[in-house]
Ligand binder design. Structure first.
Ligand SMILES: C[S@@+](CC[C@H](N)C(=O)[O-])C[C@H]1O[C@@H](n2cnc3c(N)ncnc32)[C@H](O)[C@@H]1O
Length: 271
């Protein structure tokens, strides 16, 4: 029998989604939630009703189903060198003040399938020929295990690639298989990168502070209190004079935070 999502069940499922991610789904997203969860609910699917799915999510001790649930309801859209002007911040930092730093850490928070993280790593490798002799690491994190699986593999459909001023880096640091329609990030770039699952709403387990944090196109999904909580936690793990980079269309007007606004979507921590 075809399932339909009642307002009460929407409230329970969206409440659970908020509990897990910190993101509130407004009532007008009811149809979107129903549509996206239809992969799990319906005739010949894993669950015959949303009630059954909800109970299974509540009892999910392994986290496998919750991971899938989050994956289906989040937007993982990304591509290599998206909003490309931000990558010059990394290059300028590494060739300027970053040279003197005993260690450099760059964090791509909410990295989705990893293209942003690898784009940073390509810029790093290009800007610092001696990078292997430096203590430099790039971390990509996301809440969704499904996207991290793709990120680890580092293999992408060529059709997802968009032209940017960094096409030469993609050509240098990826192996293109036109026949299969895929590209693979080369090991020399992969080596600089680590991917880990991290929920931005939970405690951050870092031992080192970050020089640059990319938090692009992630905060837009959160309401004001959650945005402020995440920004405060991120502030605490950025080095003094380090950078925070948000998505180009994101603004912190009306949001309480301690960063200094440099320009457009680029912020820094006071020294
Ligand atoms: C639209 S993608 C942004 C990808 C990339 N930063 C970019 O700008 O192209 C947003 C990502 O944020 C992740 N996300 C959503 N809520 C999260 C949370 N509470 N903790 C960590 N990541 C989260 C989603 O899983 C998704 O992959």
């Amino acid at each position: 029998m075809m399932s339909t999502l009642s307002p009460a069940m929407f409230t329970r499922l969206s409440g659970l989604f908020y509990e897990i991610t910190g993101i509130r789904l407004k009532e007008y997203k009811r149809y979107l939630l129903e549509y996206r969860l239809m992969r799990l609910v319906g005739p010949d699917r894993r669950f015959s009703s949303f009630e059954e799915l909800y109970e299974a999510l509540r009892e999910d001790h392994t986290g496998e189903l919750r991971g899938l649930f989050v994956h289906l309801l989040t937007t993982n859209y990304t591509y290599f060198f998206r909003e490309s002007l931000h990558f010059s911040v990394v290059r300028e930092y590494l060739q300027g003040r970053g040279r003197e730093e005993p260690y450099v850490r760059i964090w791509s928070a909410g990295c989705a399938t990893g293209e942003e993280t690898y784009s940073i790593a390509m810029v790093v490798r290009d800007a610092l020929p001696d990078v292997d002799a430096r203590d430099l690491k790039i971390l990509g994190t996301d809440i969704s295990p499904e996207v991290l699986y793709v990120a680890h593999a580092g293999v992408y459909p060529i059709r997802k690639v968009q032209t940017s001023p960094y096409d030469h880096l993609l050509a240098r640091y990826c192996r293109f298989d036109e026949g299969e329609g895929i590209l693979e990030v080369k090991d020399e770039v992969k080596r600089l990168v680590t991917f880990r699952r991290l929920n931005l709403m939970e405690p951050y387990p870092f031992r080192r502070m970050f020089d640059v944090v990319f938090l692009r196109n992630v905060l837009i999904y959160f309401d004001l209190p959650e945005k402020e909580r995440i920004l405060s936690k991120v502030y605490d793990v950025v080095k003094p004079e380090g950078y925070l980079i948000l998505g180009l269309s994101e603004s912190l007007v009306g949001v309480r935070h301690r960063f200094l606004h440099l320009k457009a979507s680029i912020y820094s921590k006071r020294g």
